[in-house]
Design a protein around this ligand. Structure first.
Ligand SMILES: [Cu+2]
Length: 136
């Protein structure tokens, strides 16, 4: 009985994975941290200030700002993309969605604003968040 249960859970997991790849949306989450003030994580991966990854053409990227300060998304270079929502993410949980209809290399960064609350202590220079996204 136990074995059957495990197999059915594994099958359900595979189904989820297949569904996710059919609509390619990745998520970058910005968090607050003591060292460097903030960093971001792609789809639950390691938090680091610089991220480089691939997206399928036509795919989307959601950026969610859980930092304790606003971030404005800026394009450094790359073809045009579609922005759904506001590039100024100015409260915890604020997000913006980008959709990439064209192949190319997109470089993004953010400009951080002032802390929502006074007295936040961090160590070291504030990180600059950078992402290089190769769409093909
Ligand atoms: Cu920060």
């Amino acid at each position: 009985m136990k074995r059957i249960l495990v197999l059915s859970v594994a099958a359900a997991g595979l189904g989820l994975a297949a569904g996710a790849s059919a609509s390619p949306t990745s998520t970058l989450v910005i968090r607050h941290q003591v060292h460097g003030c903030h960093s971001w994580s792609l789809d639950g991966g390691a938090y680091k200030p610089t991220q480089a990854f691939r997206l399928a053409r036509g795919g989307s990227l959601v950026i969610r700002n859980n930092d304790m300060m606003p971030h404005t998304l800026l394009k450094v270079s790359g073809p045009a993309f579609v922005v759904t929502g506001k590039v100024l993410m100015n409260h915890m949980g604020a997000s913006v969605k980008l959709t990439f209809p064209k192949a190319g290399v997109y470089k993004l960064t953010t400009r951080a604003g002032e802390d929502y609350m006074a007295g936040m202590k961090t160590v070291g220079e504030d990180n600059v968040l950078r992402a290089t996204i190769t769409v093909s």
